[in-house]
Design a protein around this ligand. Structure first.
Ligand code: ASP
Length: 589
């Protein structure tokens, strides 16, 4: 704390007071956090501002109530022996001989503004967010977020990235989510879209010779909300010219490292890389949480000649939950089986590993269908011991990975604030994530401007199965199992871009209509370029050990997309509708 927090109304902030200032007359401004009577006329007031609390001993404090805004002048003195509070940074001192001026009276707050607020219904906290923000936790989160933003900016500035603001009212961008649209008054029947990301503009900046662009950009996506997702969010968005994947990963790692340093005091070194294929194979996820083991083990070859029908599948993998047999009841196993079915598996095979007469044995409803070799194969490959529980899934590779990946998380994932910060680059994503069963066209895994892997270009002329094998130069940054962001080397050649559009079933007319301006720009000399974006809300939440990004956003929306504070979204006046050329359909009740 520096003296710079003094203003014409106060000499100090509450939280900065210590034995160092004893004897000084101090003037403080803040809110009455708590009041305790002390005899007939005296009261202890805990005065709160954004820096913390300090105890003031006040004479005749009858009119002072919780959350009154006051200005207190008094003399700082050591607390009497036996009353020192080690829990409080100012716990050694108190302000005595106080005169108090009430600056604003306050009604009683609808919930206590201390640690008890954690138990208050979130909608109530959001309805009175301005009160919630007074709490120490929220102050800490917002201030840390600001510091992280500033550290990220400095890291990008230092690497010669130029901060450029791109427009908010744009034509739709193809990030794959639903757009938020804004009706255009000046052109009734037409709409702007709010940017799902500045993707196309940052690419235009590259054509414009900017070389390195960045922005802490606000993005809007009309998707179902979750703990790690809001309609609007902030991301560090960056793009660089004449750059490869390695260049981008290096520059972004520096920005991330600066963010981490704000919280831990230490940057991160080199971030490990894993291919998408390995991530899926070993962790069953394209955003693996590598804080714990329980990796997926390949077992397909063990069952090459199996008699057991359920295991006659193209892929079989297993995971071993070490030492879990005692804690895993039969009903828990049934629950997990139901979960696996919900996630798309035909079933889940479980086995308890036990000490038998001749070594380890498998206790499982399916054990009787398995040969001795198969049982030994399972035990050996999983390295299982007595007391472990084994889970197996048989299906196609993607399904097996998906289901066991989720099961692994359900069984072993540590709480968000445990195990340090494990960053990981996942590289070599597939170019297409699936083939649309209706149109038989492939669906982009990232966005349609992502460059295919040079080694796989030939596959673009192949069959649908070949298309799914094409790797892209796309990469994700993952932290403790959360996807922080993604990026790619972009297509800067119009011939490749046209081919991709053709494969995706985007006609030349549609491409011209939607992205004609980008394709035009590429005709005038586009540098090879690549970029990335990572979510600020997510990284701040993880660095602060918060499960929910709403805890690091000043004014978030609820899970259902509403703002209990302002009431948004709200109807608009008939006159506004008229002006915009809009008429509402009757609403289903
Ligand atoms: N525009 C992408 C996104 O918002 C990131 C990128 O490719 O740079 O996810």
């Amino acid at each position: 704390m520096t003296a710079s927090t003094s203003t014409s109304m106060r000499s100090h902030s509450c939280g900065e007071l210590s034995l160092d200032q004893v004897g000084q007359t101090v003037t403080l401004c803040g809110w009455v956090a708590r009041r305790r009577e002390h005899g007939e006329h005296l009261a202890f007031i805990d005065l709160r501002d954004h820096t913390g609390l300090v105890q003031c001993v006040v004479d005749g404090a009858a009119e002072l109530r919780s959350e009154f805004v006051v200005r207190v002048t008094g003399v700082l003195r050591p607390r009497p022996e036996g009353t020192v509070n080690d829990q409080l940074s100012t716990g050694q001192v108190e302000v005595g001989e106080c005169t108090v001026e009430v600056l604003s009276a306050a009604e009683p707050p609808p919930f206590p503004l201390d640690e008890r607020a954690a138990d208050v219904d979130e909608t109530v906290r959001l309805r009175y967010r301005y009160l919630d923000l007074r709490r120490e936790d929220m102050q800490k989160n917002l201030r840390t977020r600001a510091k992280i933003n500033s550290a990220i900016r400095s890291a990008m500035d230092a690497q010669d990235f130029v901060e450029i603001e791109t427009p908010m009212l744009i034509a739709s961008t193809p990030e794959g989510a639903r757009d938020f649209v804004v009706p255009a008054r000046t052109k009734p029947g037409n709409f702007y879209a709010l940017p799902q990301s500045p993707q196309l503009f940052k690419q235009l900046c590259m054509v414009g010779g900017v070389d390195r662009y960045y922005q802490i950009a606000r993005c809007f996506r009309d998707e179902d909300l979750r703990a790690d997702r809001q309609f609007e969010f902030s991301q560090l968005d960056a793009e660089m010219s004449f750059a490869s994947q390695d260049d981008v990963l290096e520059c972004i790692t520096r920005a991330v490292s600066a963010a981490v340093e704000v919280v831990t005091g230490e940057g991160i070194g080199e971030v490990p890389r894993m291919t998408w294929r390995d991530a899926m194979d070993r962790f069953g996820s394209d955003k693996p949480d590598v804080r714990f083991g329980m990796e997926l083990t390949e077992l397909t070859s063990v069952f090459a000649k199996t008699e057991f029908n359920a295991f006659k599948a193209s892929s079989i993998k297993g995971i071993c939950h070490v030492g879990a047999a005692a804690e895993t009841s039969r009903s828990r196993l049934d629950e997990l089986t139901d979960d696996a079915k919900r996630w798309g598996a035909k079933g889940l095979v479980w086995m308890r590993v036990e000490d038998g007469e001749a070594g380890l044995s498998l206790n499982s409803p399916v054990a009787k269908f398995l040969s001795e070799d198969e049982k030994t194969g399972i035990l050996d490959l999983l390295g299982a011991q007595a007391g472990d529980v084994i889970y197996l899934v048989a299906d196609d590779w993607a399904k097996v990975c998906h289901v066991l990946g989720l099961l692994r998380l359900a069984l072993g994932r540590p709480p968000v604030n445990e195990g340090g910060f494990n960053f990981l680059w996942v590289v070599d994503f597939p170019l297409f994530e699936s083939i649309d069963p209706v149109t038989s066209k492939p669906v982009s895994a990232h966005h349609p401007f992502t460059m295919p892997h040079e080694d796989d270009w030939a596959l673009l002329d192949g069959e649908p199965e070949d298309l799914l094998k094409v790797r892209s130069q796309a990469y994700d940054l993952v932290l403790n199992g959360w996807e922080l962001g993604s990026g790619s080397v972009r297509i800067h050649r119009s011939d490749i871009q046209s081919r991709i559009f053709e494969l995706l079933g985007v006609s030349a007319e549609e491409a011209a209509l939607k992205f004609g301006f980008l394709l035009d720009a590429f005709r005038f000399g586009a540098p090879p370029h690549a970029g990335f974006a990572f979510g600020i809300d997510r990284i701040v939440a993880l660095l602060l050990g918060e499960e929910n990004i709403r805890e690091v956003i000043a004014f978030p929306k609820t899970q259902s997309g509403g703002d209990p504070l302002t009431g948004a979204p709200t109807p608009i006046e008939p006159a506004q509708l008229e002006e915009l050329g809009l008429r509402l359909l009757p609403q289903a009740t």
